[in-house]
Design a protein around this ligand. Structure first.
Ligand code: C2E
Ligand code: MG
Ligand code: MG
Length: 478
């Protein structure tokens, strides 16, 4: 995580000049990192291209370009270098803009390009090959050559889609297919191939997910967060599970992205928020009056208008005071429109809700946003915590994040604590809270109720927290 010590990587001795793209100034439509149009603007531009193409009976190609294994660049050289590679890639792609066409960053490591060219498959293929070649030229990072490749999915207007949404979705489908089969290449959308993919696990899950809520297949587990000052359960994090009758328990890391792609994330998030707040309200009524409930919010849910009303309504209905709800957000909320993100955070903060940055250190963002984010806590990602006793960089990063959080006056929670050595390390640097299998796995509401009860009985006996002994890991599945 080189951005912590701000060692800006130097990429390409002679940076390419970004051509004049005739873009509107409105920052809401530009990607903050690359200054390319964002997805919203790209859709508008493509709409114009389509009407022009229709009018002139011309054909169009839409490409979705995904950088392959971009995560490795971040992991190897740090996020600052990752950002510079994205900027340099956008400049290389901009060199392919001619005439009436559009280029955008769709988010993360993917771009989209729409070009008006003859309906000659070969001409499009040749262009895709040139793009691949251009992106595979080395990037110079601090004197070292770094290489990436790209997977390009192509849809063709009018043959493989007539609307903006269809064309982008079909090009994206084709890109996903190359990513599954070797990468570093390009592929045209093929409806037959697409049909056969519909029977894959992903497609099966996607269809079943539409019914998961009504069939009551979603459940929340809760994982305690332990205060290192006194060893008490200070809060719990709600973690979603999907119990499918045939496929078994499905992890949120598998189905949340699907829910995001299909828009199902909105009803699912509402259900999660409502269930978690109602559960915490019940625990409060049972006497656990200072228990916090952390709920994960996806970036999509965060940027949907009306989040504050939703949260307000759920809190009112459940009877939970706002300060006992903590919303966990990842750094990706800062990726596209930082000003809007800050505004939403302020509104939520003013309602009295707590805000946490989850998986801290894994996003592409720069640290500067932290100055403006009205957050209450930072959660150190478990990929760093996992290495604190074996990897000197992970230890240094974790120490730096704890110190930074302390200086900013926010609480710091370490995720994924799995053993005593990690706990001793975290305590010695005054990390405020810990969460992980060493203490408790995610558990059912009933099991949490029992833990809370034991804690109340213990504190009535004034037992103090003296040594790093786990509070009671319950073996087996909760
Ligand atoms: P997260 O919010 O960072 O949650 C922590 C993840 O670490 C959880 O995985 C938890 O089970 C796991 N974990 C906890 N302690 C340990 C440990 O000691 N070692 C290891 N190796 N792992 C540990 P889980 O439950 O599979 O959730 C994965 C991710 O899915 C979450 O990461 C969160 O980003 C997302 N997620 C979960 N529930 C929801 C939800 O209701 N809404 C949204 N939008 N996302 C959710
Ligand atoms: Mg979380
Ligand atoms: Mg996390």
């Amino acid at each position: 995580m080189q951005f912590l010590n701000n060692t800006a990587a130097s990429i390409e001795a002679q940076p390419e000049q970004l051509p004049d793209l005739n873009l509107p100034d409105a920052p809401a439509f530009l990607d903050a990192l690359t200054s390319l149009p964002n997805y919203a603007l790209f859709r508008n531009q493509l709409e114009l291209c389509l009407s022009r193409a229709e009018h002139k009976s011309q054909e169009l190609a839409v490409m979705v370009i995904g950088l392959d294994r971009f995560k490795q660049i971040n992991d190897t050289y740090g996020y600052a270098a990752g950002d510079l590679v994205l900027q340099a890639s956008s400049r290389r792609l901009a060199a392919f803009l001619t005439g009436h066409c559009a280029l955008a960053r769709l988010g993360g490591d993917s771009f989209a390009l729409a070009v008006e060219i003859p309906a000659d498959g070969q001409a499009v293929s040749a262009l895709a090959e040139r793009i691949n070649q251009s992106l595979s030229a080395p990037f110079l990072i601090e004197g070292e050559e770094a290489f990436i490749t790209a997977s390009i999915g192509i849809s063709h207007y009018p043959g493989q889609g007539k609307s903006v949404c269809e064309l982008i979705a079909n090009a994206k489908t084709a890109m996903d297919q190359i990513k599954d089969h070797g990468r570093d290449s390009h592929l045209f959308f093929d409806p037959e191939r697409h049909q056969s993919r519909r029977s894959t696990r992903r497609a099966v899950l996607e269809r079943a997910l539409h019914h998961a809520l009504e069939k009551e297949q979603l459940v929340l587990l809760y994982q305690p967060q332990i205060d290192l000052d006194n060893g008490e359960v200070r809060g719990v994090e709600a973690l979603l599970r999907w119990n499918h009758p045939e496929l078994g328990t499905i992890s949120p890391t598998e189905f949340i992205p699907l829910a995001e792609e299909t828009g199902l994330i909105h009803p699912i998030s509402e259900w999660v928020l409502h269930t978690a707040c109602t559960q915490n309200s019940t625990w409060h009524k049972q006497g656990h009056t200072s228990l916090r409930m952390a709920v994960n919010l996806s970036a999509q849910q965060f940027s949907k208008p009306g989040l504050d009303q939703l949260v307000h309504g759920v809190l009112e209905k459940s009877g939970l005071a706002p300060r006992w709800l903590e919303l966990e957000l990842t750094e990706t909320i800062a990726l596209h429109d930082i000003d809007a993100a800050i505004e939403t955070l302020k509104v939520l903060k003013n309602m009295g809700v707590r805000l946490a940055i989850d998986d801290f250190g894994t996003g592409y963002s720069s640290l500067s946003y932290l100055r403006y984010f009205p957050i209450h806590s930072i959660k150190i990602d478990r990929s760093f915590v996992g290495g604190i006793t074996t990897n000197s960089s992970d230890a240094a990063i974790t120490r730096a994040v704890i110190a930074m959080a302390q200086n900013l006056g926010v609480r710091v929670v370490a995720e994924g604590v799995e053993n005593e050595k990690q706990l001793i390390f975290l305590r010695s640097y005054q990390c405020h809270e810990v969460q992980g299998y060493y203490f408790f796995p995610p558990m059912s509401a009933k099991s949490i109720g029992q833990i809370l009860l034991r804690q109340t009985e213990k504190s009535a006996l004034s037992l103090s927290w003296s040594n790093p002994i786990p509070l009671g890991f319950s073996s087996g599945n909760p």
